[in-house]
Design a protein around this ligand. Structure first.
Ligand SMILES: Nc1nc2c(ncn2[C@@H]2O[C@H](COP(=O)(O)OP(=O)(O)OP(=O)(O)O)[C@@H](O)[C@H]2O)c(=O)[nH]1
Ligand SMILES: [Mg+2]
Length: 368
């Protein structure tokens, strides 16, 4: 049996990984290949898993810790995908606050699982909103220096840096960002893409379809700084049911939740890395997101549904205390529901600060 092509796509929270993975999945399916997707998070109840499954993809989830710290679960989850239909290609999305993934995931797969996996070059998406501030070293980059350290380390280990969201950048802004990337990561190829419109996707596919010696970059990582940077982010995953007597717009509810959260977080000056809410009702689904405190909330996948009952999952990654996040999410959900004569019943909320990363494997020796 030929090894499964393993394509991991890195990048900071809200960089566009899930959107790109959905496009890549369609691209490979269009070639007649069977595609499996593996999502990853510190906890269960993932918007990404739900939205990718709602789009019809075969998705396995690695919850509870990042791929690097839960490596065996990653290979096990691929094994489970194989039981339903063996994928030719696995697309994997690591947690957006993780780094050192070449040493802890790429090389272990290359060196310990060479018979099972054919590992693709590792591309990392750059999120311009936070990225241009962090790479310029602006004092108010949005996050602490430790979180900015993670952001930069993610780019340092990449085989390819992909400046995403170029549909939102003027040509001179995109040129300036490209120059910044080239000066700070000399020798790393970089390209521009919009996962939203599909511009630049072909070039990404061409790059990741290459075979050769990738994952070779040697990188020092200060795990103390890394741990502080990760712990700066309050993490929340909630699942809930909303019911109402009269139909309401699911999309407006989702957007309203995100807008209310943005407003309350702005009052305490808490920087958002990513807020997302998915609503699922009778075969329909919609997703609303916010990718930084200084961006506009958006309905990334509209459901166009008028509904009376929906399952909702909210994921928030914000530089604030998890207790504050829980309080604000509950307030935003209840207020948005009340405005529509609806009631929310929370099933589960997990909120915490991610713990110190302790990788299962860490291979510093590049693969021969
Ligand atoms: N305008 C624009 N929006 C984009 C682009 N790529 C992604 N988005 C939007 O940005 C938001 C975040 O995208 P995701 O694909 O969820 O980002 P992610 O990297 O998977 O985020 P996490 O899983 O939280 O780390 C969504 O609302 C997307 O629709 C792009 O190229 N242009
Ligand atoms: Mg994602």
């Amino acid at each position: 049996m030929s090894p499964i092509r393993f394509i991991m796509l890195g990048g900071f929270l809200g960089a566009g990984k899930t959107t790109t993975i959905a496009r890549l999945a369609r691209q490979y399916q269009g070639r007649g290949l069977k595609v499996g997707i593996v999502t990853n998070d510190q906890a269960t109840d993932l918007v990404d898993t739900n939205s990718l499954r709602a789009q019809g993809f075969d998705v396995g989830e690695v919850p509870g810790a990042c791929f690097c710290c839960n490596f065996n679960k990653l290979t096990e989850t691929v094994g489970q995908l194989e039981k339903s239909a063996r994928p030719d290609v696995v697309l994997a999305e690591p947690v957006g606050s993780c780094t050192d993934l070449v040493a802890t995931v790429v090389r272990p797969l290359q060196q310990l699982f060479a018979a099972q996996f054919d590992v693709a070059p590792y591309a990392v998406l750059l999120k311009p909103s936070h990225g241009s501030r962090i790479l310029r070293g602006e004092a108010k980059g949005g996050f602490s220096p430790q979180a900015a350290y993670i952001f930069k380390k993610q780019l340092e280990e990449a085989d390819l840096i992909v400046i995403n969201r170029i549909d939102e950048l003027a040509a001179d802004e995109a040129d300036a960002l490209m120059k910044l990337v080239q000066s700070q990561y000399p020798g790393t190829p970089a390209l521009r893409m919009s996962a939203k419109t599909g511009t630049g996707l072909e070039a990404l596919v061409e790059f990741i379809d290459q075979r050769g010696r990738f994952g070779q970059r040697l990188m020092d990582v200060d795990y103390d700084t890394y741990a502080i940077g990760e712990a700066e982010l309050g993490w929340l995953n909630s699942s809930l049911t909303v019911t109402a007597d009269k139909p309401f717009s699911l999309d407006e509810l989702l957007l309203d939740i995100i807008v209310r959260l943005q407003t309350s977080l702005a009052e305490i000056d808490a920087e958002t890395a990513h807020l997302k809410a998915i609503g699922m009702a009778a075969g329909r689904y919609g997703v609303a997101t916010l990718i930084s405190s200084f961006s506009a909330p958006e309905l990334s996948l509209p459901s166009k549904g008028q509904i009376r009952e929906a399952e909702i999952v909210v994921n928030a990654r914000v530089a604030t205390a998890p207790e504050t996040l829980t309080e604000y999410v509950e307030q935003a959900v209840h207020a948005a529901c009340q405005q529509r004569g609806a009631t929310a019943r929370f099933q589960q909320t997990q909120s915490f600060r991610p713990g110190r990363p302790v990788p299962t494997h860490r291979i510093l020796q590049p693969t021969a």
